[in-house]
Design a protein around this ligand. Structure first.
Ligand code: FAD
Length: 394
C-alpha cells in the first residue's frame, strides 16, 4: 500500500497506529502531526510518578526519536491543525502549507472539561492533560501549602495523593455523594474515601463550587454554602471532552466523540479515528461507548491499522484501566455501569480485595484493589456466568 497516511494527533493512539501500520506492511508515507512539542508520550505518569518527581520527561516517551527515523515515520510536532477538508483531502495547520493525504486518521484525544465559574481564569486555577500542565503546576505545588482539587475522579485523587506526599494540605471538593461515583461501586468509593482521609486529605462530598476567589492569583474556592476553602492552587479535574470539533466541521459524524465502526472507520471513506476521541458501538455492552484509557488507545489503533491494511476486525474490547493512589493500585476490568449485583470478595480492611459486578448473573466488570490476580483473570472472564470460583479467593 503506497498511500500517504496522515495521523492527526501524536499521542498514545497516533504513535501506536503509525507503528502498527508500518508493521502491517504499509510502504507509503506515514506522517504524525501533533500540536505538542514533545515526542509522543504516555500520560498516566503525569498525575503519578512524573508529578511526584520520580520520573524524568524522557521516561515518558513512548519511543526514542531514532525509532521514528528507522521506521520512516514523519513527525511534525508543534503543529496545531485548524481545519480539515475531506473533499480536497487536505489538513490545514495553523501555520505553513496545507498537508495533503490519501488517508487520514483522527487521534486527537480529549481535553479537560472546564467549569465556567467566576474566577476560573485566575492564575493558579489549572487543569491536567499534558507535560506543559505539569510544568505549570510544579512551582505552584512548591509554593502552596494548601491546594484544592475540584473533582474526586481518578486524576483529582491521584494528584491529591502526590500533593500529600509533599506535605501539602489538600481539600478535595466532590459534587457527588461519593468519589469516583461514575465508575466504581459504593464499596470501592468508601475504601478510597477512607484511604484519603487516613492520609490527611480534607474530602468534602456533595460540595457545590460557586467561584474561585483571589486578586492576582487564586486564593480560595467559594462553595455554594458560602464557605471559602483557602488555597494557593486549584486543580479542576471534572472529566474530559473529546477533541471532535475538527472532524465535525469537516462533515464527519460525531456525537460526543467521532463515530466509528469496529474497524475505526468514520462516516468519510478516507478517514479513520482511534483513541479517546472516538465513540463506537459495543455489542458486548449493548450501547455506544467512549473510552479514555491506554488500553483503548493501543488496541483501537491496532484495529485501525489492521483495517487499513485490508484485514478488517471488529474491535469490541474488554476495557481495562488502572489508578495509583498512595501505595494502593486500583485495577478495573470491564464496565460496571449497568450492574444489578456487586459481590465483594475479601475484606476491604485488609487493603486487598475485589468487587465483582454482575448483570443478570453474568460477570460484567471487576474492580481489584491491590489484587492483581483477580484483575488478570477478570480480563479473560468478563461475560461468563458468575460462580464463586470464577476468580481467585481473596
Ligand atoms: P492523547 O494521548 O491525548 O493524544 C492526542 C494528541 O492529539 C495530543 O497530543 C493532542 O494535543 C493532539 N491534538 C489534539 N488536537 C489537535 C490538533 N487540532 N492539531 C494537532 N494535534 C492535536 N489511562 C489509563 O489507562 N490509566 C491511567 O492511569 C491513566 N492516567 C491518566 C492520567 C492523566 C493525567 C491523563 C491526562 C490521562 C490518563 N489516562 C490513563 C488516559 C490516557 O492517557 C489516554 O486514554 C490516552 O492518552 C489516549 O490516547 P490518545 O492518543 O487518544 O490521546
Amino acid at each position: 500500500m503506497q498511500d500517504r497516511v496522515v495521523i492527526l494527533g501524536a499521542g498514545q493512539a497516533g504513535a501506536q497506529l503509525a507503528q502498527s501500520l508500518r508493521a502491517s506492511g504499509h510502504e507509503g508515507e506515514i506522517l504524525l502531526v501533533g500540536d505538542e512539542p514533545w515526542l509522543p508520550y504516555q500520560r498516566p505518569p503525569l498525575s503519578k510518578k512524573f508529578l511526584a518527581g520520580e520520573m524524568e520527561a524522557e521516561g515518558l516517551e513512548l519511543r526514542p526519536a531514532a525509532f521514528y527515523e528507522t521506521q520512516r515515520i514523519g513527525l511534525r510536532l508543534s503543529t496545531p491543525v485548524e481545519a480539515v477538508d475531506c473533499r480536497e483531502k487536505r489538513v490545514y495547520p495553523k501555520a505553513g502549507e496545507p498537508i495533503s493525504y490519501d488517508r487520514l486518521v483522527f487521534a486527537t484525544g480529549t481535553r479537560p472539561r472546564s467549569i465556567p465559574l467566576p474566577g476560573a481564569d485566575l492564575p493558579g486555577v489549572v487543569t491536567l492533560r499534558g507535560i506543559a500542565d505539569v510544568d505549570a503546576m510544579r512551582p505552584l505545588f512548591k509554593q502552596s501549602s494548601r491546594i484544592a482539587v475540584v473533582g474526586g475522579g481518578y486524576i483529582g485523587l491521584e494528584v491529591a495523593a502526590v500533593a500529600r506526599s509533599f506535605g501539602v494540605e489538600v481539600t478535595v471538593l466532590e459534587a457527588q455523594d461519593r468519589v469516583m461515583k461514575r465508575v466504581v461501586s459504593p464499596a470501592v468509593s468508601a475504601y478510597f474515601e477512607n484511604l484519603h482521609g487516613e492520609n490527611g486529605v480534607d474530602l468534602r462530598l456533595g460540595a457545590g463550587v460557586a467561584a474561585f476567589e483571589g486578586a492576582s492569583q487564586v486564593e480560595g474556592v467559594r462553595l455554594a454554602d458560602g464557605t471559602v476553602v483557602p488555597c494557593g492552587m486549584v486543580l479542576v479535574a471534572v472529566g474530559a471532552a473529546p477533541n471532535d470539533e475538527l472532524a465535525a466541521k469537516a462533515g464527519i459524524e460525531v456525537s460526543d466523540g467521532i463515530l466509528v465502526d469496529g474497524g475505526g472507520r468514520t462516516s468519510d471513506e478516507n478517514v479513520h479515528a482511534a483513541g479517546d476521541c472516538t465513540r463506537f458501538h459495543s455489542a458486548r455492552y449493548g450501547r455506544s461507548i467512549r473510552l479514555e484509557s491506554v488500553q483503548n488507545a493501543i488496541d483501537q489503533a491496532k484495529a485501525v491499522a489492521s483495517d487499513m491494511a485490508g484485514k478488517p476486525v471488529d474491535y469490541d474490547p474488554v476495557p481495562w484501566f488502572w489508578s495509583d493512589q498512595y501505595a494502593t493500585k486500583l485495577q478495573i476490568a470491564g464496565l460496571s455501569q449497568d450492574y444489578d449485583e456487586a459481590v465483594t470478595v475479601g475484606d476491604p480492611a485488609s487493603g486487598s480485595f475485589y468487587v465483582a459486578y454482575l448483570a443478570a448473573g453474568r460477570l460484567i466488570a471487576v474492580d481489584s484493589i491491590n489484587h492483581p490476580r483477580s484483575h488478570m483473570l477478570a480480563r479473560r472472564s468478563i461475560g461468563e456466568a458468575w460462580r464463586a470460583d470464577l476468580l481467585p479467593a481473596a
